[in-house]
Design a protein around this ligand. Sequence first.
Ligand code: C5P
Length: 242
Amino acid sequence: MAADNLKRRFHVVIPCAGSGSRVSIGLPKQYALLNGVPMVVHTLRVFQSVKGLAQSVLVVAPEDLVMGDVLRQWPQSEFFVSHTGGATRAQSVLAGLNALIDKGVGLDEWVLVHDAARCLLTPELVEKLLLACFEDPVGGLLALPLPDTLKEESHGRVGKTLDRSGKWLAQTPQMFRLGLLRQALVSAGQSVTDEASAIEHAGFSPLLVPSAAFNFKVTYAEDLQMAQAILSDRSRSTHSPT
Ligand code: C5P
């Protein structure tokens, strides 16, 4: 069934309450400028361009004074800001889900949780995830089969080489129903580093939806240069005469 034929609606939670200290720009990394536009705005524009987007939330730290200004300068009609970020990513996501419930979003609705720092996501990848998961009983996530050989460290040296077959790198968005995800996060506690882990903890098996290497999370300073180069290249190919 084509995605356009589905009567779909989905919400997005973007946890943005981390410090992003490994990028070292003096501000949380989602505010780094790429082509003159904050990273988070690149991310939001992707979702804004996908059919079916409904009321969605950006979760920032209680002391964050920047996001409000960013959205005034680059308005994103479906997103509101919630100053309820917690000490862990899981707490921030949970706060975002509660903010959606406060706005009247139902527990059966689909929610896509996405890292602000995966700003190279494309509408096509979101469409692929929606199409794969919309009628799935559990939901799923974008992920990439592990391309490299995997080593386990022991005191700065290789302890052993792990079998990489069947191993995937989890990306975002991760797509689950609001009620199931909220319950799973409450039960799993704060140590889970993605939503799929919480769902697994609750006894379910999320669907792996093959993604692309370009959907990496900007984590280190050099990732910013790579993201900048890819965005510039995309914008050149959009604007070049055909
Ligand atoms: O630190 P890391 O890059 O893994 O964080 C992934 C996402 O989770 C980032 O968008 C970050 O802002 C968010 N996060 C959060 N609350 C925290 C920690 C991380 O919203 N306490």
